[in-house]
Design a protein around this ligand. Structure first.
Ligand code: PGA
Length: 237
C-alpha cells in the first residue's frame, strides 16, 4: 500500500484548505481509495476535520514545547486542539531557508516521538553535494540521521533532494533507485520520494523499487491534480 502526502507549504488559506480537504475526503470515500493520504496545511488553516480513516492531517512544523514564549511558533497545545498527531520534521526548507540545524531537528524529533506522533522525517542533499558524488551524498544523508531514533515505530522517511524541490526537475529514475536502495538497506521504514513529483511522473516514480510513496508540494496544490495522483497511487498497489 503506497503513501501519498501533500505539503501545502505557504499556500492555501483557511477557506481553500477547508474546501480542498472536504473535496478530497468525499472523493476518497466515494472511490474507496485506501492508500494512506496525508495533508499538511499551513498552521493558520488547522482545524478539526472530519475525515475518513486513511486521510490524516498533519502540521508542517511544531516547536518542542506544549506552550510558552516562542514567538511565531506553535506547540502541542495548539496542534492537539484539533486532534492532530502527525508532523513533518527536517524539511529542506526548514533546514536551508529557516536555518534549522540538526541539533534542533533532533530535539523536535525526540519531543514529538515521546508523544507518539507520526513523524514524516525528511532528508536530502543540496546540489553541490550531489555533484561531489555518491559517497559524499550518502555521507551527507547519514549525518541528517544524527540524534534520530530510526527504530521509532511511527516513522516515515522522505528522501527529497534539495535541488529537485520546487524546481520542476525531479531526480532521475536511476538517482532515486540508487539512493532509495542505499537508505532501505540501512533503515527498514517506509521511504517516500519528494522533489517535483507531478501527474506526468508519479507513476514511474512509484514503480521504482524501494519507493513506498510520494511527498508532493507544488503539483499537489490543485485538488483535481491531487485526486488524479491519488488514483494513480491506488492503481499501483
Ligand atoms: P515540490 O516540493 O513537489 O514542489 O518539489 C516537494 C516538497 O518540498 O515536499
Amino acid at each position: 500500500m503506497k503513501i501519498i502526502a501533500s505539503n501545502f507549504k505557504t499556500n492555501h488559506t483557511r477557506k481553500t484548505t477547508n474546501s480542498f480537504i472536504t473535496n478530497l475526503n468525499d472523493f476518497l470515500q466515494s472511490t474507496n481509495i485506501n492508500n494512506e493520504v496525508y495533508i499538511f496545511p499551513p498552521a493558520t488553516a488547522l482545524d478539526s476535520f472530519d475525515t475518513v480513516s486513511n486521510l490524516s492531517i498533519g502540521v508542517q512544523n511544531g516547536y518542542f514545547t506544549k506552550n510558552g514564549s516562542f514567538t511565531g511558533e506553535i506547540g502541542t497545545d495548539q496542534i492537539e486542539e484539533f486532534g492532530i498527531k502527525t508532523i513533518l520534521i527536517g524539511h529542506s526548507e526548514r533546514r536551508h531557508i529557516l536555518g534549522e540545524d540538526q541539533k534542533t531537528i533532533a530535539l523536535k524529533y525526540n519531543y514529538y516521538k515521546a508523544l507518539g506522533y507520526k513523524i514524516i522525517y525528511c532528508i536530502g542533499e543540496p546540489l553541490e553535494v550531489k555533484q561531489s558524488g555518491l559517497t559524499e551524498t550518502l555521507g551527507y544523508i547519514w549525518e541528517q540521521f544524527d540524534g534520530i531514533d530510526l527504530n521509532y515505530e511511527n516513522l516515515i522517511l522522505a528522501y527529497e533532494p534539495v535541488w529537485a524541490i520546487g524546481t520542476g526537475i525531479s531526480a532521475t529514475i536511476e538517482d532515486i533507485a540508487t539512493i532509495h536502495k542505499k537508505i532501505k538497506k540501512k533503515i527498514s521504514k517506509p521511504l517516500l520520494y519528494g522533489g517535483s513529483v507531478k501527474l506526468a511522473n508519479i507513476q514511474e516514480i512509484l514503480n521504482i523499487p524501494n519507493v513506498d510513496g510520494t511527498l508532493i508540494g507544488t503539483a499537489s496544490w490543485q485538488i483535481d491534480d491531487f485526486k488524479e495522483m491519488c488514483k494513480i497511487t491506488n492503481n499501483i498497489n
